[in-house]
Design a protein around this ligand. Structure first.
Ligand code: ZN
Length: 81
């Protein structure tokens, strides 16, 4: 499936996206993770990106415009987005 916001395909891209200060991240399964969870689970996410493993930790990009989001809570901590 082609996703217009699929901008993170390497761990390097994850790093630079984090450095640019993004608050929310889109996962392969369509869920959204908050920045705190991405930082706390960085190693798991790096591993999933590297191995293209769809275990729920594979961050693929940014969620795009908020009005298009179908998720309202972080998939990990459950905090409201
Ligand atoms: Zn979270």
């Amino acid at each position: 499936m082609e996703c217009p916001y699929e901008v993170i395909t390497t761990t390097k891209e994850l790093g630079s996206t984090l450095r640019s200060g993004e608050e929310f991240f889109l996962c392969h399964d369509g869920t959204i993770l908050c920045r705190k969870c991405v930082l706390e689970n960085y190693k798991l996410i790096i591993s999933s990106i590297k191995n293209r493993r769809n275990d729920g930790w594979r961050v693929i990009g940014l969620p795009g415009p908020r009005e298009e989001w179908t998720e309202s809570h972080c998939a990990h901590c459950g905090e409201e987005l």
